[in-house]
Write a new protein. Structure first.
Length: 723
């Protein structure tokens, strides 16, 4: 009699389970049951006694995935799974192995694993000791570079001149080496070391490598497309003897290059393991045929992929809807109204998800849901008004509005850093308590004493003076102009500009979005009251909530109804990603779009705005190139969402998706499909932002221009002039 874990599998899944010998790549598309196949394979190996539990290495990327795999296997083989010590995340297994061989890398078995704060504190000390200005060369930037080097498997000795010059004019290698030496002196390592040291031991100690090659009869790796170089090198070493390695992944869902993931790892699996069996899981159990066809048609435009075609036995369902709206506010209204319609017809808010490319896009939806009383949740990030940079800005505003707000003053007194230590803050608090006054008044009083050092007194006096000046300015400035002035003058903007970490750009975007949101309010008090209502709503618990999240955070999840918003050039694909990574980044952005579409089970609506407010500037937006790449036979315009007010846009299913029909009385500047008569490929033109350039391609009134300084950009012809 066949074991239960085999009877529920389709033929490709079954083949992946039974192909136990030799290298296997399970190319598993979105929603194709890869977890079921992977756990069934593990259960089969144990059930057939092909290996003891302690002879199997199972690697995942999250503790949640490891726990889920363990529970599923337990359902098939019982308590035998408890004897499987080598099932876990790369880093947890790395830590276990490193403690066994710590002495080989100059550590003791009881080494400490530093958290991010400790790591940054140590790096700052080393930067200062090297005679560098920590503000000009921040520890966070060096920490990010070291993490990147470790993800690539590079020790200090492996850095070339180019890599070393990415920090402090060539000091990168010296500081990296000093950092590693200091870690050993402290008997400590960071998370990157858990893998880098593991790789080092395997490369240098042949006896150790051969021991683990013999121990691990089978290796199973989940989400192989997300592996970085050091993880790839470790796996290749461990699998060289037996070659019984099974990797499960999807090259079309490789979206984490910013975390070090290398899509090339999965693309060259056959080259690394000659004779490897490639098994494609293509039957989708999640989405309708139209959704799958739209996603497959889009991802087919990527050149570097192994290729597969998803299909389903489900009924065809509705086509993917593409909606054009006037601006971000109209986009939020459209989505909100559609969710209300779903709820009126018996649907649940839990079934609805709004997926954004960047976190700043959530603010407009949060405000709309507050106005309509729609419960929502943020997954994979903080709610807009809970983000640290937003709370900091709000604290400044609260002190300006209400000087007695001690909690707000405590938050900003040393943010950005002003050289006010804990002792200085404690002295201000003690004086304020003795005098029975607010902290800001206590701070003003202590300036006339010798309680503080001269440096602390100057810093505190500057802050107190600034608060008084901003309070006067608030009488004349709009709330939006006030917050921009405060952020610039207090040094917060400069602090973020000096921070070269990947998160800093997003934090700048969030603050720009905060200022934009404040433009809708006449007084600072009105805005702060609105924020209080938002935070009160966030604190209430409700089971049925709309989900707001980034596409990156949505990977692995599914929803009955998805709204994919902000599909415009510059937003999605992200202009910053394209500027930094070129074609490789464009393909990753397209994979991100593929992930977004395949989150939907029954309904997928894509929205793009004719106008978008970004960094406080209105721009006429061009629909994302990804919309052009969707197969038209699987796309339609839903007329039930047109004519919703005078600002409603509509697209015609009889025309290309990007041909937007006329608004009731006017169109945005340059929103015509007809090209200008005075432009042609090869023409030299001038753009006020990008400078001089040469037209490369023309698509209606949209131009591809090679600019001398800015590179290739997509612009509307109304924004250029003949040179």
């Amino acid at each position: 009699m066949e074991p239960p874990y085999l009877t529920r599998l389709n033929p490709p899944q079954r083949e992946a389970v039974l192909s136990t010998e030799g290298p296997v790549l399970m190319l598993a598309g979105a929603g194709t049951g890869k977890t079921a196949a992977l756990t069934a394979r593990l259960a089969h190996i144990l059930n057939q006694r092909l290996a003891w539990p302690s002879e199997i290495l199972g690697l995942t990327f999250t503790n949640k995935a490891a726990a889920e795999m363990r529970e599923r296997v337990r359902a098939h083989v019982g308590d035998a799974i408890e004897g499987m010590p080598w099932l876990g995340t790369f880093h947890s297994i790395g830590a276990r192995l490193l403690r066994r061989h710590a002495e080989l890398v100059g550590l003791q078995a009881n080494f400490t694993i530093l958290d991010t704060d400790d790591q940054l504190r140590l790096l700052k000390q080393l930067i200062i000791a090297e005679g560098l200005d920590e503000k000009r060369f921040p520890a966070r930037l060096l920490g990010g570079l070291i993490d990147r080097w470790k993800n690539k498997g590079l020790s200090p000795a492996d850095l070339d001149t180019k890599e070393s010059y990415t920090f402090a004019n060539g000091k990168g290698q010296v500081l990296y080496a000093a950092y590693q030496a200091r870690l050993k002196a402290l008997n400590a390592c960071d998370f990157g070391d858990l893998l880098l040291h593991w790789l080092d031991v395997l490369k240098r100690e042949r006896a150790v490598l051969e021991g683990y090659q013999q121990r691990f009869k089978y290796i199973l790796v989940d989400e192989y497309q997300d592996t970085n170089i050091v993880q790839y090198l470790i796996l290749r070493l461990l699998a060289q003897t037996r070659k019984n390695i099974c990797c499960v992944g999807d090259d079309d869902q490789s979206i984490y290059s910013w975390r070090g993931a290398e899509v090339a790892n999965i693309l060259k699996f056959e080259a690394d393991f000659p004779g490897a069996k490639i098994i494609r899981l293509e039957q989708n159990y999640r989405s309708t045929p139209h959704i799958l066809a739209a996603a497959s048609g889009l991802i087919a435009h990527n050149g570097t992929r192994l290729g597969k075609t998803l299909w389903t036995e489900a009924q065809s369902g509705e086509k993917v809807r593409v909606e054009a709206v006037w601006d971000g506010a109209e986009e939020a209204r459209r989505v909100s109204d559609e969710i209300e319609r779903i709820q009126r017809e018996g649907g649940r808010a839990n079934d609805c998800a709004i997926l954004v490319r960047a976190q700043f896009q959530t603010r407009e939806f949060e405000d709309r849901f507050i106005a309509t009383g729609t419960p929502y949740r943020i997954i994979g990030g903080f709610r807009f008004y809970e983000r640290a940079e937003i709370r900091d800005a709000l604290a400044y505003l609260r002190v300006v509005q209400q000087p007695a707000d001690d909690l707000a003053f405590e938050r900003i007194i040393n943010v950005p850093k002003r050289g006010l230590g804990d002792k200085a803050v404690q002295r201000v608090q003690m004086l304020a308590r003795r005098q029975g006054c607010a902290l800001v008044h206590g701070a003003a009083l202590i300036l006339d004493s010798d309680e503080l050092t001269p440096q602390a007194r100057r810093a505190l006096g500057s802050l107190v003076g600034d608060i008084a000046r901003w309070r006067d300015a608030a009488k004349a400035l709009t709330p939006a102009d006030l917050v921009r002035q405060i952020l610039d003058e207090c040094g917060y903007t400069a602090m973020l500009q000096a921070d070269k970490s990947p998160e800093s750009a997003g934090r700048m975007e969030n603050l720009a979005e905060l200022a934009r949101a404040m433009e809708e309010y006449d007084t600072l008090g009105d805005f702060l009251e609105h924020v209080s209502l938002v935070m009160d709503n966030d604190a209430r618990d409700a089971e049925d909530k709309v989900t707001l999240m980034t596409i990156h955070a949505a990977k692995g999840l599914e929803f009955r109804q998805t709204f994919l918003v902000g599909w415009e050039e510059g937003v999605f694909p992200s202009q910053r990603a394209l500027d930094e990574g070129g074609l490789a980044s464009l393909e990753e952005e397209r994979r991100l779009a593929y992930v977004a579409i395949t989150r939907a089970r029954e309904s997928c609506i894509i929205l793009h705005a004719a106008n978008r407010r970004i960094y406080g500037q209105w721009t006429s937006s061009i629909p994302s190139r990804f919309i052009d790449e969707l197969p038209p036979e699987h796309i339609r315009q839903d007329t039930t969402m047109t004519g919703m007010g005078t600002m409603g846009w509509a697209t015609s299913s009889q025309q290309p998706i990007r041909a937007v029909a006329a608004r009731s009385s006017a169109k945005p500047a340059g929103w015509s499909e007809a090209p200008r008569a005075d432009v042609a490929p090869g023409s030299r033109v001038f753009h006020t932002k990008f400078g001089y350039g040469t037209i490369a391609e023309i698509d209606g009134n949209r131009l591809e221009i090679d600019f001398e300084q800015a590179g290739r950009k997509r612009v509307l012809d109304s924004f250029i002039a003949p040179a």
